[in-house]
Design a binder for this molecule. Sequence first.
Ligand code: 13P
Length: 341
Amino acid sequence: MKKDTKMYETVSLMMAKGKGLLAADESNKTAGKRLEMVGLPNRAEHRQDFRELLFTAPGIEEYLSGVIMYDSSIKNSTDDGVPFPDVLMSKGILPGIKVDLGTKDLHGFRSEVVTQGLDDLDKRFAEYYELGARFAKWRAVITVDDELPTDECLLINSIMLARYAQLAQAAGIVPIVEPEVIFAGSHSIEEAERDTTRTLQTLFSTLIKFRVDLSALILKSSMVLAGDQHPNQSTPNQVANATLRTFHMSVPHEVGGIVFLSGGQSPKRATENLNAIAKLGEQPWPITYSYSRAIEEPFLAAWQGKEENMEVAQKMLLEVVKMNSLAQQGKYDPDADKVLK
Ligand code: 13P
C-alpha cells in the first residue's frame, strides 16, 4: 500500500493531547432513541437541531479533535445553510464518518453478528472525502458469555474490518477499527480481559496479513470491565490495569492511537475510568475518549428539546468534554466534580 503522510498528520491531529472525539454518528433510528429521552419525535428537523447544537457549541474545539458523523448528518447543514463538515472544519475539528451499515445475524451461531457495508465502499469513501471526512469508523459487535465469542465470529469480523481499513487508507481516510466487546452481561472482569485480548489479537493479526498500515489506523476499544449484570462491578484501578494489560498483549506499538467507547457506562464512570488509565502513565500509543452516550446524555438532560435550554445544554456539553480532557491527562478529580453523574 502506498504511504500517504497526510494520514499520519490526521492521526496526530486526532490524538492531540487533552483532546478526544465525539461519536455523534448514530443511525437515524438510534438518534431517535436519544431524542425520545427528551420527549422529541424522531423527525429529520429534530435530528438536525440535536446535531447543530452539538457542533456549534462555543469552545468545544478546545477539547474535541474530531467528530464522527453518520451519512445523513455529514450531508446536513445548519439552519443558516452551513454544511456540518464546514462548521467543524472552521473550528479546526476534523470531520469523520461512520461507514458500516449495522449488523446482521451470523447464521448458525447463537447471538453472534457480522457487520455489513463493504459493497461500493470505495465509491462512498470517495464521496465522503469530497465532503471533508478525513477519518472513518466501522463497528463490529462482540458478545461475551460462557461460550462466546466464537473464533469464527472473531475471524469474520476481523476480515471485514481489515477490508474496510484497506479501502479507507486507499482513499486517504484514517480508519478507526472498533470491535466493541459488549458491556451488557454477567461476565467477570477476567472473562472480559480474556475475550478482549482474543478479539484484539485476532484483529491485529488479520490487519497485518491484509497489509493495513497500522500507523495510519486508530483502534476504538471497550474498556475491560465486568459485565453490567456481574455482582462485583470493577473499580477504576481494576479497569485501568486490566485494560492496559490487554492492550500490551495485543496491540502493536505502531498503531496510531487508541480511543474508548463508553459502552453504556454512566458519564462519570467512563470519565473516572479514563482518568485511572491515564494515571498509569505514558503508553506506546496515545489514548483518549471517543464517547457517544457518556458525552451526549448530560447534554440531552440539560436540553430537554427546549429552545430556552439551548445555551445551558451547550455549556453542559463544554463541561463534559472538559472533564474528559482532564481525565485524558490523568488530572480529573471525581470528588470535586459536581457535574457528571
Ligand atoms: P458509546 O460511547 O455510547 O458506547 O458509543 C460510542 C460508539 O461510537 C459506539 O459505536
